[in-house]
Design a binder for this molecule. Structure first.
Ligand code: SF4
Length: 366
């Protein structure tokens, strides 16, 4: 296992658009959480002292603390988790080339916290809220320069959001990486309720497309390359952790709601924090369910993941001639052939599901 995701489910409050599995807590039960995750780690046998030394010979390439709000964890809890993961992978030392990402709320970025994260081994931080500029400065002062900003577009017009201005403000900070996610209105969120009673207008498809394409042109002009439908990097500083997901590599997940994948079977943990904690405390597996992908599902997923990224698919793998539905993508400029590979243009990424349907309908061969 070279890639580990650790889900930290706690948030101080629930955002209006969020339907993630989170636990809203005024006080973060850090000790209980760390105990539970370490128990799961032991349960998985990652720390089994009888394990053959060669099991971890390839070492750990990336660790990603996602949430929730991982920056709410006290630094010593992060140190304990990272130390335990290091012990679980004896062939790996936490050199600079091991990518350790922490999703952080800028409000949690204090000079002390940033220094502690750096000392704990965190070398990449991902942000998603206001007050970003001060947080970016604080992190750089603490020696963390691999910074990713998350921006959400297609917000309801009532909010008076100026997307071009927000993009320019983010770009002025010269982060190594930017993620842009289109807002989707999830059922059972406060935002969905506001929209259903007319207190807010639902975002339109036109707004979604206009803002997505504007992000491409502004980021492209500033030297960022979209290497995935929602992610852009400059100077090659792609997220190695997320790239592992998109290239279909196996990964392990720890914590409530965390997913794992071994190339054929996808498993996911119990999502509610208390139920997860009780399961691991009782020595039971926290796995809630799993699915074994059929050959057809794996093929569909392979095509979908490939077309999400700028790697695309080898032209040689496509049936010839392309069926009219897929050929139209090339005519309209929604996809293009680059270095013998079919890759999406920004307009194609806006229609990714339809493109994958057309391609899988044409019988890709390899
Ligand atoms: S901080 Fe993130 S995970 Fe927590 S409620 Fe807001 S959007 Fe959801």
């Amino acid at each position: 296992m070279r890639h580990v995701y650790v889900h930290v489910p706690f948030c101080a409050r629930r955002c209006s658009y969020c339907d993630f599995s989170i636990a809203v807590r005024k006080r973060i039960p850090a000790r209980e959480y760390v105990d539970a995750v370490l128990q799961e780690l032991r349960f998985l046998g990652m720390t089994d002292p009888g394990r053959e030394p060669g099991d971890a010979k390839d070492g750990l390439e990336t660790i990603y603390f996602g949430g929730g709000t991982p920056s709410l964890l006290p630094p010593d809890a992060l140190v304990t988790l990272l130390t335990s993961l290091r012990d679980a992978f004896p062939a790996t030392s936490f050199r600079d080339d091991v990518e350790v990402t922490l999703e952080a709320n800028p409000e949690d970025v204090t000079p002390d916290a940033a220094t502690s994260w750096r000392r704990a081994g965190v070398n990449r931080v991902s942000h998603d809220a206001a007050r970003i500029a001060a947080a970016v400065r604080t992190l750089r002062d603490a020696g963390i320069d691999n910074i990713s900003l998350d921006l959400i577009f297609a917000l309801p017009a009532d909010l008076g959001r100026d997307w071009a201005r927000d993009l320019d403000q983010a770009l002025a900070l010269r982060p190594a990486h930017l993620s842009v996610y289109g807002l989707t209105v999830e059922e059972r969120t406060p935002l969905a309720r506001w929209i259903s009673r007319g207190a807010a207008a639902a975002p339109t498809d036109d707004l979604y497309a206009d803002e997505y394409l504007l992000a491409h042109s502004r980021l492209g002009a500033c030297g960022y390359q979209f290497y995935e439908v929602s992610n852009a990097a400059r100077d090659g500083r792609r997220s190695r952790h997320n790239s592992a997901y998109w290239s279909g590599r196996s990964y392990g997940g720890l914590g409530p709601a965390a997913h794992s994948f071994d190339g054929a079977v996808r498993r996911w943990n119990i999502s509610a924090w208390e139920a997860y904690r009780r399961a691991v405390a009782a020595g039971r597996s926290p796995v809630a369910s799993q699915e074994v992908l059929t050959d057809e599902q794996r093929e569909l997923e392979r095509v979908y993941l490939a077309m999400r990224t700028d790697a695309g698919l080898p032209v040689a793998a496509l049936c010839r001639p392309l069926p009219p539905s897929a050929a139209r993508w090339l005519e309209r400029g929604w996809a293009e052939v680059r270095n013998q590979r079919l890759v999406c243009a920004p307009e194609g990424w806006l229609r990714l599901d339809a493109l994958v349907r057309d391609l899988t309908g044409c019988g890709i061969t390899g």
